[in-house]
Design a protein around this ligand. Structure first.
Ligand SMILES: C[S@@+](CC[C@H](N)C(=O)[O-])C[C@H]1O[C@@H](n2cnc3c(N)ncnc32)[C@H](O)[C@@H]1O
Length: 333
C-alpha cells in the first residue's frame, strides 16, 4: 500500500510532493545498500521511483553513485523529475514497468548494477488523487491503473470478468473469505447497471457481508479494493519476473532491498531470495561444485519491520516488510 506520511494536506501539500512525503524505512534501506554503493561509479536502480523520496536520499548519501529510476506512472515521473532536478547529471528517470529492467539497462548500456531498491505498491499521491480510484474512502471512478495510458480499469474487471474468475481474484489477491458472497452481489448488480464508481461497490460490500464479519475491524471493502488493484496492474506476475531479473542484473557484491506491504508480495520476495541463498546440490556430495553454490547471501533475518516510532509518525509504514540480499557469486552456466 501507499506509504508516505501526510503533512497537513492543503492544496499546496497536494501539489508539492516533498512536503507530504516520508519514505518508509529509509535509513535501513540506505544502510543495507551502502556497502555496495560506496565504490566509484556505482549504479543504483530504484524500481519504484514514486515521489522520489528514496531516490533523493540515495543520491544525497552516495554522491558518486548514478541513479536509474523507473515508474510506470507518468505523473510520478513528472513530480519526482522536479524534485531530483538538482541531481539531474546523475539521475536517469525512465517510464517503464519494472519487469522491463533488463531492457532498460541494455538500452542505457549498463551491463551490471551495484544496488536495486523496490518499494512496492501504490504511492500516497496515487491514493490521494481521488480520480485515480484507488481509495475506498472516497467516491471516484473505479480505475486503479498505475499507468492510465494502458490496460483496463477496475470497473471493466468488475463488469466483464466471469464470476468464478472474480472469486479467484478476491480470494487470491485480497485474501477475502467472503469472496463468493461479494461476487454474487456484484453479478446481480452489474446486470442491472454496470459499475462505474467506487461508492456503489463499497456500499454493496457493506450490504453483502454478515454483521459478524463487519465487526472485525477495518473497512470491509479494503480486501476487495486490494484484489482489484493487484489484478488491474498485474502486480504479482510482474513482481514474479522482476525480482529474479533484478538479482540477475546485480554485480557480485551488489545488493538488493525490497519493501513489501502485503503477505503475497513478501512471500514472493522471500521465495526468490531463499532459493538464491540455498545450495542446489544433490544431497550427500562430499564437495559442493561451484555451479551448485548459493548465488545470494541474505542480509536480513526474515523480514525486518518498521519501528513503533516510525509507525506512530507514518501510519502507512505499518504493514512494511523489508528484505535484503547480496549477490555473492556469478551464475555458472
Ligand atoms: C510506494 S511508491 C514508491 C515511493 C517512493 N519510494 C518514494 O519514496 O517516493 C510505489 C511506486 O511504484 C510504482 N510502481 C508500482 N508497480 C510498478 C511496476 N510494476 N513498475 C513500475 N513502477 C511501479 C507506482 O506507480 C508508485 O509510484
Amino acid at each position: 500500500m501507499g506509504r508516505e506520511a501526510h503533512s497537513n494536506e492543503g492544496d499546496d501539500g497536494r501539489r508539492e510532493g516533498r512536503s507530504r512525503h516520508v519514505p518508509v524505512m529509509l535509513q535501513r534501506c540506505l544502510d543495507l545498500l551502502a556497502p555496495a554503493l560506496q565504490q566509484p561509479r556505482a549504479v543504483v536502480v530504484d524500481c519504484t521511483l514514486g515521489l522520489g523520496g528514496h531516490s533523493e536520499a540515495l543520491l544525497t548519501r552516495f554522491p558518486e553513485a548514478r541513479l536509474v529510476a523507473l515508474d510506470r506512472d507518468k505523473e510520478a515521473l513528472r513530480l519526482s523529475g522536479e524534485r531530483l532536478a538538482p541531481h539531474q547529471d546523475r539521475a536517469t528517470l525512465v517510464h517503464a514497468v519494472y519487469d522491463e529492467l533488463p531492457e532498460v539497462l541494455e538500452r542505457l548500456g549498463i551491463p551490471r548494477v551495484q544496488g536495486v531498491l523496490f518499494d512496492l505498491g501504490v504511492s500516497s499521491m496515487q491514493l490521494d488523487e481521488a480520480d485515480r480510484g484507488f481509495a475506498y474512502a472516497q467516491d471516484a471512478p473505479l480505475d486503479m491503473r498505475m499507468d492510465q495510458t494502458t490496460g483496463i480499469g477496475a470497473a471493466e474487471v468488475l463488469n466483464t470478468y466471469p464470476p468464478g474468475e472474480l472469486v479467484r481474484i478476491l480470494r487470491a489477491y485480497g485474501e477475502e473469505k467472503q469472496a463468493k458472497r461479494i461476487v454474487s452481489a456484484v453479478v446481480r448488480e452489474r446486470e442491472k447497471e454496470p459499475f462505474t464508481n467506487s461508492a456503489r461497490l463499497v456500499e454493496l460490500i457493506r450490504d453483502a457481508l454478515p454483521q459478524a464479519v463487519k465487526r472485525t475491524g477495518g473497512n470491509p471493502a479494503k480486501r476487495t479494493f486490494q484484489a482489484l488493484r493487484i489484478e488491474v496492474n498485474g502486480e504479482l506476475s510482474v513482481l514474479e519476473r522482476a525480482i529474479p531479473a533484478a538479482v540477475k542484473a546485480l554485480d557480485v557484491g551488489g545488493r538488493i532491498a525490497v519493501l513489501s506491504y502485503h503477505s503475497l508480495e513478501d512471500r514472493l520476495v522471500k521465495q526468490v531470495f531463499a532459493a538464491g541463498a540455498a545450495t542446489t546440490a544433490p544431497a550427500g556430495l562430499p564437495v559442493v561444485p561451484e555451479r551448485y553454490q548459493p548465488r545470494l547471501k541474505l542480509l536480513t533475518r526474515g523480514a525486518e519491520l518498521p519501528t513503533e516510532e516510525e509507525i506512530a509518525e507514518n501510519r502507512r509504514a505499518a504493514p512494511a516488510r523489508l528484505r535484503g540480499a547480496e549477490r555473492i557469486r556469478e551464475d555458472v552456466e
